[in-house]
Design a protein around this ligand. Sequence first.
Ligand code: HEC
Length: 165
Amino acid sequence: MLRRTIVCLSLLLSPVAHHALAEPSKAAASPIYGVTIPEGYRKWELIAPAEEAAPLDELRVVLGNPVAIKAIEHATQPYPDGTILVKLAYKRKQSPDFEPATVPGQPTTVQVMVKDSRRYASTGGWGFGRFVNGQPVDAAQHQTCFACHAARVKDRDYVFTRFAP
Ligand code: HEC
């Protein structure tokens, strides 16, 4: 009798287990912070571009969600909860069409900062996520985020990028 019950239970549970296993790949969250790539971010407004010298040789663009853009327009500091900043990075390369021009090459990372002053109280209110090919990188890399932002731009709510009109 007991054995029969166990068999029945495992049959009942198995579809659930499969479903649970399939879930995490959908929206993989960063270690430590649990930040995911926000939906629709590619249509957000541009805050500013940036270029990184060798050895990284990258072009970047920083985008902000509507909460971020409104905060910038009103010079609101610190950024309110709900602010999300996304940085897209690409290898830089010479334009194949026009020599003096530098254009984006292969995409390298997508990096995200989410403001939630209670959840992320110990890191200035910001949660961090760094993604390569849509997957979060390891915890060791996530341990470096806040330290660098805090060391250099603490007085601007830990945000490097200034709005480029
Ligand atoms: C060694 C310093 C350093 C570290 C470590 C670092 N950042 Fe940054 N971050 C920068 C700089 C500088 C910028 C300004 C844009 C640029 O030059 O690429 C920036 C910009 C950003 C931005 C756009 C908002 C802003 O502050 O301008 C996000 C989002 C971001 N970083 C996320 C991360 C994440 C996530 C990590 C950890 C995985 C991380 N950063 C680690 C230096 C750093």
